[in-house]
Each structure stands twice: as C-alpha cells, then as structure tokens.
Write a protein that binds this ligand. Structure first.
Ligand SMILES: C[S@@+](CC[C@H](N)C(=O)[O-])C[C@H]1O[C@@H](n2cnc3c(N)ncnc32)[C@H](O)[C@@H]1O
Length: 299
C-alpha cells in the first residue's frame, strides 16, 4: 500500500500520519426532524464549527461519541464524517424528484438525500447486501424519512429495470476504502492489488448501470472513499469511453482544500475530463480520504 501511495506522488512522511490520525468528528443536522438553530443551541456545549460547503454540516473537536448523544438517538443529527457529506452536497437533490441511491447501506447519504428532497418525490435506496439492509432501514426510520423505497438488488440491474428513470443517481461505490484507515484496519484484511482489480470491475458495471438509469438531462455522482486511481479516474474514464457525450462537471465547494483527478496511472492515460474529479487527501483536509465526480447526461 505504501509503495502505491508513493507511486501516486504522496510525501509519505506527511501523508501516512495524517491518514492514521482520526479526523475531527462531524455531524449533519437532519432538517426532517429538527430546526437548525434549535439543534445548534442544544449542542452549543460541543462548540460545533461550521463546514463552509454545507450549512448543515459541523465539525466537533471535542472527543466524545456523537452517536451516543440524545440528539442522534432522536434523529435530530446524523453523525457522519465531514468528507462523507460531500457527495450528496455535490448531487444537490431537489424536492419532488426521483432519485436512486444505488449502494445505500447504512444510509448516511440516503438520509441526507431525503432531507434535501424534504421528504417529497421518490428516493430508491438500494443495496445488494442482506446483512446491511437493517442498518439502512434503521437509519431511515430514525431520521424520519418517508419518501423512500428500500430495495435489495445488485445495482447492475437498475440500468435494465429502470432505464432513463431517475433525475439523479448517487453511486457511492463499494471500494477498497483506503481513505478510512483511521477508523478501522479491517480494510487491510481484504486490501491488495487483486481486490482493487475486482472492485474496479464491479465499479465499471455499476457506473454503466447508473448512467443507463439516468434520464437525459439528469445528473449522477460517483464517489469512493479510496485513493486507488483504478477505482476513481479509471472507472470514470471507462464510462467516458462508452459514452463520450457524458460530461464530468467541475465542482466548486467553499472551504475545501481539494486536488484534481490524476491524469495518468501506471502507463494508462485517463480521459482529460477526469481532472474535474474532486480529490480529498487527509494531509490537506480534516476528514477521511474521498473522491467525488459529478457527471451529467446531456438532453
Ligand atoms: C461505500 S458503501 C455505501 C455507503 C452508503 N452510501 C452510506 O453513505 O451510508 C458501499 C455499499 O455497496 C454495497 N454493494 C456492494 N456491491 C454492490 C452491488 N453490486 N450493488 C449494490 N450495492 C452493492 C455494499 O453492500 C455497501 O453497503
């Protein structure tokens, strides 16, 4: 892993300690259950600091388990790493739309989407894993989500069963999770070149399905919590090879120290449009490592 990080051009003496140090905890106010100002008042003792890119997301420097707070239990807040709130911020869901969250469990992003939709329209929250569905439904219930249907299908199916159906699609893809090492070393149990290869094959099928399921004029977000270029620029480049009309849009969010997508990796030149991918690295940003692409389908 370290060799790969070096190959990606990271200065390991800065990158590795930052990757292993837990970032500040963060929470998102759930406007389906609470009023922003009232929630902030009840959590004032935590001295929450606003994150520039989303007025509902706050970092907390104090060390305590946000998931144990009464406000979390009541669904007034959702404890979520600050980076993990970015894909839905970039997706920008609107009320009355039809939206697919293709790999949704345990529901951090589905609950954020439903709140942005103000519980209107239709959200389909899908995940293939039977073991992870209860955490998804539990979080939807706790957050007061009412506009959502939960399905348990391989995301690959949606391109066929719901072709050109959705206004927006989120594909927060299964990935090698290198960006979350400070939270858990479990990643290391599955991590390796062959896992990256296998995951990138799955991601390619999922991103094709996501694009097929998008209406003309629709927008999708592809995100991962890993650094591997095969799983990020490689996946998006693959989509662009199949659908040259797809547009990778620039992302402008306030208060974020980001890097552009890699232009090449191990002899492969990526489509130049992948420079618009947003990369977040733990030595530059107080949050987990993340990668986010906003892709639109022309009319
Ligand atoms: C990064 S996690 C999603 C996290 C979730 N979006 C959230 O924010 O709470 C990736 C998810 O993809 C699911 N998954 C893996 N392969 C899948 C497939 N072929 N179709 C749909 N979901 C899949 C996994 O079960 C896992 O829950």
């Amino acid at each position: 892993m370290l060799e790969r990080f070096e190959e990606m051009g990271f200065d390991l003496s800065r990158f590795v300690p930052a990757l292993l140090r837990p970032p500040s905890q963060a929470f998102r106010i759930n406007t389906l259950k609470g009023d922003r100002e009232q929630v902030l008042e009840s959590l004032a003792h935590l001295e929450p600091e606003p994150c520039g890119w989303n007025s509902l997301v706050f970092r907390v420097k104090k060390r305590l388990k946000l998931g144990n707070l009464t406000e979390h239990f009541l669904g007034l807040i959702y404890a979520q790493d600050s980076s993990s709130t970015i894909p839905v911020t970039v997706l920008d869901p609107q009320p009355h739309e039809e939206i697919l969250d293709m790999s949704a469990a345990p529901g951090s992003k589905s609950t954020q989407i439903a709140a942005a939709m103000r519980n209107t329209g239709l959200l389909v929250a899908n995940d293939v894993s039977p073991k992870r569905i209860p955490s998804l439904t539990g979080n939807l219930d706790r957050s007061g989500v009412l506009n959502t249907v939960v399905t348990r299908l391989p995301g690959q199916a949606y391109g066929y069963i719901a072709t050109e159906r959705f206004d927006r699609v989120l594909l927060d893809a299964p990935c090698s999770s290198e960006g979350t090492l400070s939270r858990s070393f479990r990643t290391l149990e599955i991590w390796g070149e062959s896992a990256i290869k296998r995951l990138s094959a799955t991601q390619r099928n999922l991103i094709m399905s996501a694009y097929y399921s998008l209406k003309p004029g629709g927008v999708m977000v592809y995100s991962t919590c890993t650094f591997a270029p095969e799983e990020n620029e490689g996946t998006v480049s693959y989509l662009l090879k199949k659908f040259s009309e797809a547009i990778v849009e620039p992302i402008n969010l306030e208060g974020l120290n980001t890097q552009p997508g890699f232009s090449r990796w191990r002899g492969e030149e990526f489509n130049p449009a992948v420079k618009n991918i947003l990369r977040l690295f733990p030595h530059q940003h107080d949050g987990e490592g993340f990668c986010v692409a906003r892709i639109s389908k022309p009319n």
